[in-house]
Write a protein that binds this ligand. Structure first.
Ligand SMILES: [Zn+2]
Length: 383
């Protein structure tokens, strides 16, 4: 069944709409708390178009058991999270799941999960960024889902094979991760042809081809051996204690690095903007670059990034201590380098001015105004 989205976008000038743009980072899940007959998605779209009863209330999608109505673009802010100008209202897509007594709530939840998966994929969001309304304001919402929130989130992984949220304890044997489903399908077919019990898990915007999940490391190792023999590039993901020495057995290329990176499990690292491909060979989408991630596992010259659930080459992630230079800002004390030659305005800097401490009065593109000498110098000329 295809997901039918009816669109009826609210006017950005309406009093129940903030009328501001946003870059969606989160998805906020609600329940309508309206059990009336006929209180379905279309009715809630109409409610907003009629001014939300005079309340400052608006959201992006309303989902019932048969339809989805969209009333705000994903890039427009709504008022649904109860956190004022916090991230709930200004950075999250609000989804209301209907509770109308003449509808099928379980089906509405399934539809909402499919919509959320679609939005996560579209906007490159991780499952961690799908939150209940309660997360932002403490409100008891979505009231019918808070009691089994983990189960709701488990339903957000690909339908083909639902891996429960508890599966983090398992040792998963993975043979590839792809941004394109077709590529994952090709590999899955190859594995199937070789007699492997394969399946595809969708996580962090990637399609991961896995051939097994085991509670015992030894069994996972066995599967790794078999897959390697069959010519697959294979890794173990997850598992309670894979982190340390045990990762060795799944090390794909045990080339000793002369300059081993000082990265260890648990470190926060930045995925370099110049990184091109995952360690598994797939191209890294731009939206994942330049962001901070946690190292979950290290194997040879590869590292598993927790939030991305993907292996990257160690050379593509910055070290643990990243924020090297504090940004220059008004009020900061800096030293004018003795190597500085000219002011940003071009005149020569007299030697007696150099090597001394000054206060930044103002910052502009690439230059700062030093208060005591009332002159603009280049950012590169101060430390
Ligand atoms: Zn709510």
């Amino acid at each position: 069944m295809t997901l039918k989205i009816r669109r009826n976008i609210l006017s950005q000038g309406a009093p129940n709409v903030p009328g501001r743009k946003m870059k969606p980072k989160y998805i906020t899940v609600h329940n309508t708390a309206n059990t009336s007959r006929g209180a379905n998605a279309e009715m809630h779209a109409r409610y907003q178009h009629n001014g939300s009863g005079g309340r400052q209330a608006s959201w992006h999608y309303t989902v019932d058991d048969t339809e989805i109505w969209q009333t705000l673009e994903d890039t427009q802010q709504g008022w649904h999270a109860g956190d004022g100008s916090g991230a709930g209202n200004t950075q999250s897509i609000g989804i209301e799941i209907c509770e109308n007594s003449d509808g099928n709530f379980d089906k509405a939840v399934k539809n909402a999960q499919r919509l959320i998966r679609k939005l996560m994929n579209k906007h490159g969001m991780s499952i961690n960024n799908v939150v209940p309304h309660k997360h932002w304001s403490g409100k008891n919402c979505p009231r019918k889902l808070l009691g089994n929130w983990d189960e709701f989130k488990a339903g957000l992984v690909e339908e083909e094979k639902v891996i429960s949220a508890k599966s983090d304890d398992l040792f998963k044997v993975q043979i590839g991760a792809f941004s394109k489903k077709t590529n994952a399908d090709i590999l899955a077919r190859r594995a199937k042809a070789r007699g492997f019990d394969q399946y595809i898990v969708k996580e962090g915007g990637l399609y991961k081809v896995q051939i097994g999940a085991f509670s015992q490391k030894a069994n996972a190792d066995e599967a790794v051996k078999k897959a390697k023999k069959a010519g697959f590039d294979v890794y173990i993901i997850g598992g309670k204690s894979v982190n340390k020495a045990k990762a060795k057995s799944s090390k794909p290329s045990p080339k000793p690095k002369p300059k081993s990176a000082p990265i260890k499990v648990g470190d926060k690292v930045t995925l370099s903007n110049s990184a091109k491909r995952y360690a598994t060979g797939e191209i890294i989408p731009t939206r994942y670059k330049g962001k901070r991630y946690t190292v979950q596992q290290i194997s040879g010259d590869r590292a598993l990034l927790k939030e991305l659930f993907s292996w990257v080459n160690v050379k593509d992630i910055g070290g643990p201590k990243k924020p090297a230079k504090p940004a220059l800002k008004a009020g900061s004390r800096v030293t004018l380098k003795t190597s500085a030659k000219t002011y940003a305005t071009g005149e020569a800097i007299p030697a007696r001015i150099k090597g001394k401490r000054y206060t930044i009065q103002q910052v502009s593109k690439g230059r700062v105004l030093l208060k005591e000498i009332f002159s603009w110098v280049r950012n590169s000329d101060v430390i």
